[in-house]
Write a protein that binds this ligand. Structure first.
Ligand SMILES: [Zn+2]
Length: 217
């Protein structure tokens, strides 16, 4: 079984994130939480992100509004989605400023970024963290653990798994899911696989252009 990197997107969510943090603490696992900027305006949600960081998790920027993917937005809108979230995050960022675009159902492609967004990410030395396993907990709150396990069992490369700390009930299966992996000898890592990081500290790792739509005039 390849190493597994855990990520939780679209929070923080006061009804769900605390339970996820408790499961991760009990299992001794460190993850990355990619937060939606506008949700940080709620003090309870911001406090949850601070708690996650204090408990050893990494916090990354997952756009301000999680609206249309940035490749389908104007230059100014795309940059604002990133920059305003960074401002709201403040000290939640670690030494490496992590950014994950939203894909619209987990799809990878040039719709993820536009040229202005990429220029901003390069100028501010961001690391872009994508994914390679999206088991669909957002649409299948009870079936995702089996889907995720099948993805992991079939994988030959390190797995970057995307789950969501959203209030649809999916995370009630998290402890059992992780327990099954631990029992099977899984190795977890907080480091995203290189194949899922097209931009590292602002430097193109070779294929970032695959995720960029050129700006419309
Ligand atoms: Zn998302």
């Amino acid at each position: 079984m390849p190493p597994i990197c855990l990520s939780f997107d679209n929070g923080p969510e006061p009804g769900t994130t605390p339970g996820v943090l408790e499961v991760l603490a009990r299992r001794g696992l460190a993850a990355t939480f990619f937060v939606v900027g506008q949700q940080l305006r709620a003090p309870a949600a911001f406090a949850l992100a601070e708690r996650a960081k204090a408990e050893g998790h990494r916090i990354g920027n997952h756009t301000l509004t999680h609206g249309a993917p940035l490749g389908r937005r104007s230059a100014a809108e795309a940059v604002a989605e990133i920059a305003e979230t960074d401002a709201l995050m403040g000290a939640l960022h670690g030494p490496e400023r992590l950014f994950r675009p939203n894909g619209g159902g987990g799809l990878l492609g040039p719709h993820l970024l536009n040229a202005a967004a990429l220029r901003h990410l390069v100028a501010h030395r961001h690391t872009v963290v994508l994914w390679n396993a999206v088991p669909g907990d957002f649409r299948d709150p009870d079936g995702w653990p089996d889907t995720a396990r099948a993805m992991i069992d079939a994988a030959e490369e390190p797995v970057l798994l995307v789950l969501h700390d959203r209030p649809n009930g999916a995370m009630r299966h998290l402890d059992r899911f992780l327990g099954g992996l631990i029992d099977a000898g899984a190795i977890f890592t907080q480091e995203p696989p290189d194949a899922c990081v097209p931009l590292r500290r602002g430097v193109d790792q070779g294929d970032v252009a695959r995720y960029v739509t050129e700006d419309s005039p």
